[in-house]
Design a protein around this ligand. Structure first.
Ligand SMILES: Cc1ncc(C[n+]2csc(CCOP(=O)(O)OP(=O)(O)O)c2C)c(N)n1
Length: 369
């Protein structure tokens, strides 16, 4: 294991003072450490491509090396600015990439991580990015050399981080801000949704706790209303899967998204202005965090979601953070002629012994029948 504090001190000493990325469970302790340190600038970005681009801008104006962190599932998002802009054959922008290695060979993980898990190190090789697999404190010297190499050659270098590489670091912010604002749990939302939709309603839910709680509550409570398509990957794409479904069915189609997933490809929702489907509903479950990968905060400061939803072409927009209003508003939202948007603030936490959907082909078959 790596001493997280020693590791971040080393990066700082090497002149790496700017951090941007999308958090990952393999990097949770590292994110806690940089968030706890007020001297460090850390931007939780909407997606991994945005993080790389922030790094490009940072280097252009400061000449310093940024650190960009991501889960390997986000490599696709990062690839465009990495290969087509920052690459040594184009603008040659030095960068330290820290990549959470889900599905690494020899470590049992969920099926959706298999392909990236098997190939990420090969992709780095093909991109000619020198990398190191972080294991323990003995690697700190090698990390230092790798950063020197990036500086000398003005190129990208990468650290591959398997689960449980970093030692535990406590978050300084003990309570999620959302806790102070809402008395609604995700379970309240899921049950209210499943109990009120019609039998044939299509429900498409985002990767993270939303899909897992829907899967679990439907099983436990034996709820037959609605048909679910559970996204276990493709974070940020829930809305577009849903929009296409709503276009080719008359049934009510409800996209259930997390706040992290909502911002990841927010621009895509602007398509709604050209494809106004009155059966399209968007339910935003907002806990102000990437909760399912460790709870790193998401801050929507001065970001008026209601106004944005209206500008995007939603005809109806609802909001609540109060359990008393949830059921009434959920019924209105479900009955409304859309496109409709329902923004629900929830508190943090999830179900006990939360299970994971596994039988994907069965899920697809049930949804399509
Ligand atoms: C492209 C991509 N980047 C990162 C991840 C890792 N990841 C899985 S779930 C998640 C957090 C999702 O946040 P949110 O939508 O708010 O849902 P919550 O975790 O709070 O349930 C992240 C970052 C991923 N699966 N895909």
């Amino acid at each position: 294991m790596i001493d997280t504090s020693k590791f971040t001190k080393l990066l700082f000493k090497k002149g790496i003072e700017f951090y941007a990325g999308v958090p990952d469970s393999c990097m949770n302790e590292f994110c806690n450490e940089i968030n706890n340190n007020k001297k460090i600038e850390n931007i939780t970005s909407a997606n991994e491509g945005s993080a790389v681009s922030l790094g490009v801008g940072y280097h252009l104006i400061t000449k310093k090396i940024p650190c960009i962190y991501l889960q390997n599932s986000g490599m696709g998002n990062a690839t465009d600015p990495l290969t087509n802009l920052a690459n040594p054959e184009v603008y040659n922008i030095p960068m330290l990439l820290m990549i959470g290695w889900r599905g690494a060979p020899g470590i049992k993980d969920e099926a959706q991580h298999n392909i990236q898990g098997r190939t990420i190190h090969k992709i780095l090789k093909l991109y000619k990015i020198k990398y190191l697999i972080l294991k323990d404190n003995k690697d700190l010297k090698k990390v230092s050399n790798l950063i020197n190499y990036a500086k000398k050659n003005s190129c990208h270098v990468a650290l591959l981080v398997k689960p449980k590489t970093f030692k535990n670091v406590k978050k300084k912010v003990i309570k999620n801000k959302a806790d102070q604002h809402s008395n609604i749990s995700r379970k309240d939302v899921v049950l209210s949704l499943l109990n009120n939709v019609s039998k044939r309603t299509k429900i498409i839910s985002s990767v993270g706790f939303n899909s897992r709680e829907i899967f679990q509550m439907r099983k436990e409570k034996k709820i037959k209303n609605g048909k679910d398509f559970l996204m276990v990957g493709a974070m940020g794409h829930t809305a577009m899967v849903s929009l296409a479904i709503s276009k080719f069915t008359k049934e009510s189609t409800i996209c259930v998204d997390g706040d992290g997933s909502f911002i990841m490809h927010l621009g895509a929702l602007s398509l709604l202005s050209n494809h106004k489907r009155n059966n399209f509903k968007y339910l935003l479950i907002d806990n102000e965090a990437h909760e399912s990968i460790g709870g790193q905060p998401i801050k929507f400061q001065n970001f008026n979601i209601k106004k944005i939803s209206e500008a995007m072409g939603f005809k109806q927009s609802y909001y609540t953070k109060s359990l008393n209003k949830l059921e009434v508003l959920m019924k209105k939202f479900i009955k409304s002629s859309g496109p409709s948007f329902f923004h629900i603030k929830i508190n943090s936490g999830t179900l006990k012994n939360l299970v994971r959907p596994k039988n994907f082909l069965e899920i697809k078959k049930k949804f399509m029948n």
